[in-house]
Write a protein that binds this ligand. Structure first.
Ligand code: HMG
Length: 475
């Protein structure tokens, strides 16, 4: 094969064909939560950006959510198991140290499609906190580009229960849900840009969940700053690749953001997206001529850490810098320049997060879906628009990549309606929430009745089935 032929082969258009979402119908309301924990509700609504946090019922878990999202995706696209060559699950809510969640999910799907119908379909469970779904998407896209796929598509499912200790600062950043993404050649929604995906990785202690723990150990402020720094580093690398590869050219007084029409960020809570955009814009705009005017509006110079040795600890412990920087950031976020970028490129991706809460691995993709749905509902045409994705996983790694929306996205977006897809939701009391959180209810003590859904029916108690999970489809 000549070099030209191999280049042509590698330039196959691969990306997202469709996205299906499964969000549990139980939720905790932010006002009830604020009252119970003695927090000002305005902090949750505006400081964190959450109104409802989705919770799983006693007969739901990350595998049922993943299987339900997969089934919806397959039904919406008239897919049979033989149309698929891979089914990957990315999660940080693993149910087993050894058995991959995929096998449980395939077991559920085979209840619908028949025994052994997925036998040919490879896949693994992937873990790297919230970023693993993005690695899974990248690897599966390359599997198709390399023509290893025999004409078949891949499904990547991200599924998580975001759970923190009761009474902790993380508790108001909980939620649950799964997003199933269909990856194929010549996709209807978005084609990934090639050779620009950029990653950074570092051994970090911002957030981790050692074996046996139900909830993570978190250094909240550290995790926020690390997220920002890692995403900024990945974006720098993305920019170099994009410029070197000729994806776009940056003109005078322009930054990379001028060439990205929509932004989708990892959203542990929706306000994090707003703050991250401010951080990225400050870094992109600082050396541009337009910065002088922005500084004038803000009315103070951009603060610099005094005795920083480059570590996050040295920055966070510099109290004066942190306070000034917060003041500067908040004023910057009031400028028309920030607001314009926020409203045009990010705002609609935050809506779903406010309605559902945190999905860990799924947050970025629920945000992208939210952007498609709500921009469409506002009458915007997204054809040919470039979306920049910034994925972050604690521990830690960030990935920045991009893609272009295809004219055919309209066939898919018109049926997207998050509220309708979640179905009738049930608000639960704080007492009920706490019982669910602490696992004080049996599998059959459900708060909801389920129809046409996969549910957990049994967890083996002893012998060789101890811990083994059994699922069924409710008719
Ligand atoms: P906190 O103690 O609530 O923080 O912890 P805070 O007191 O600084 O308040 C948060 C915001 O509320 C601030 O605004 C306050 O000003 C505002 P900001 O500085 O962001 O602009 N506020 C109010 N606003 C309006 N009215 C009021 C009011 N009062 C205060 N009355 C924290 C917040 C996120 C740290 C905590 O919830 C936490 O530890 N969460 C878990 C960790 C986390 O989500 N980290 C995010 C980055 S790391 C990441 O994303 C990875 C992760 O997804 C894991 C993975 O990868 O698997 C978490």
């Amino acid at each position: 094969m000549t070099v030209l032929e191999s280049d042509l082969r590698m330039s196959r258009f691969v990306g997202i064909e469709d996205i299906a979402i499964h969000v549990p119908r139980l939720y905790v309301d932010f006002k009830d939560f604020a009252e119970a924990r003695g927090i000002n509700p305005a902090k949750l609504e505006h400081g964190i950006g959450v109104k409802k946090m989705a919770m799983i019922d006693t007969n739901q878990d990350p595998a049922t959510m993943a299987a339900n999202a997969c089934l919806k995706l397959m039904e919406n696209n008239n897919l049979a198991p033989e149309d698929l060559g891979r089914l990957y699950i990315a999660t940080e809510s693993g149910l087993d140290e050894s058995k991959a969640m995929n096998s449980y999910v395939i077991g559920m799907l085979e209840q619908i499609y028949g025994n052994s119908s997925f036998e040919h379909c490879g896949g693994i469970e992937c873990k790297f906190a919230c970023v693993s779904g993005s690695y899974a998407l990248y690897d599966n896209s390359n599997w198709i580009r390399a023509e290893e796929n025999d004409g078949k598509a891949a499904i990547v499912v991200v599924s998580d229960v975001a759970k923190y200790d009761i009474g902790s600062a993380g508790e108001y950043t909980q939620g649950a849900g799964a997003v199933a993404i269909l990856v194929k050649e010549n996709p209807r929604i978005l084609v990934f840009d090639q050779k620009v995906t950029a990653t950074v990785i570092k051994n970090e202690h911002d957030f981790f969940r050692p074996f046996g723990r139900q909830t993570p150990l978190v250094d909240g402020r550290y995790s926020n700053l690390l997220y920002l720094i890692q995403v900024k580093q990945a974006m720098k690398k993305y920019k170099i690749k994009a410029l070197e590869g000729g994806l776009f050219k940056i003109g005078p007084n322009e930054s990379v953001i001028d060439h990205i029409d929509y932004i989708a960020l990892h959203l542990p809570y929706s306000k994090m997206g707003k703050n991250a955009l401010a951080f990225l814009l400050r870094h992109e705009w600082r050396d541009l001529p337009k910065w002088a005017d922005i500084i004038k509006q803000i009315g103070m110079e951009e603060p610099k850490p005094r005795n920083s040795n480059g570590t996050i600890e040295s920055i966070i412990t510099d109290k004066e810098f942190m306070e000034n920087d917060e003041k500067f950031r908040k004023r910057f976020m009031e400028t028309p320049q920030y607001k314009e970028v926020f409203n045009e490129k990010l705002a609609s991706s935050l809506k779903a997060s406010e309605m559902v809460g945190n999905l860990y691995t799924g947050s970025l993709y629920m945000g992208f879906r939210s952007e498609l749905e709500f921009e469409h509902k506002m009458g915007k045409d997204l054809t040919d628009k470039r979306v920049g994705f910034a994925s972050y996983g604690s521990g830690s790694s960030a990935m920045v990549f991009s893609g272009v929306i295809q004219p055919t996205y309209l066939e898919v977006v018109k049926r997207m309606d998050l509220e309708d897809e979640i179905g009738e939701r049930k608000k639960i009391s704080i007492e009920e929430y706490e019982k669910l959180h602490e696992g004080q209810k049996g599998i059959d003590e459900t708060l909801l009745s389920t129809k046409k859904e996969f549910v957990l029916v049994k967890i083996g108690k002893d012998g060789v089935t101890e811990g083994f999970r059994e699922y069924s489809f409710t008719n």
